[in-house]
Design a protein around this ligand. Structure first.
Ligand SMILES: [Zn+2]
Length: 87
């Protein structure tokens, strides 16, 4: 039986099993990450491939996410990787 990595409840939905957290915890945690990532993407688009500025931007948003949710519980990596699924 698969359990939610955040609260330990049993997971029955295949999509919840795939991401490792139940819908409530998903909204509480990844929901915050997704919102912040959307803001980050919008700012990044304005930076026009200025790699230094983009690195600084990612660092700034990483701090915001770290302050909002405990990604280690979800087995998460850097915020820019989690939502895009390559972390
Ligand atoms: Zn949960």
């Amino acid at each position: 039986m698969y359990k939610c990595r955040n609260c330990g409840r049993n997971l029955t939905d295949p999509e919840s099993v795939r991401i490792g957290v139940g819908p409530v915890c998903y909204t509480k945690t990844y929901g915050v990450v997704e919102k912040l990532t959307a803001e980050m993407d919008a700012e990044e688009a304005e930076l026009k491939h200025d790699n230094h500025a983009i690195r600084e931007l990612h660092k700034r948003y990483q701090n915001k996410v770290d302050a909002a949710v405990d990604l280690t519980k979800l087995g998460g990596g850097p915020v820019c990787c989690i939502v895009r699924g390559h972390g």
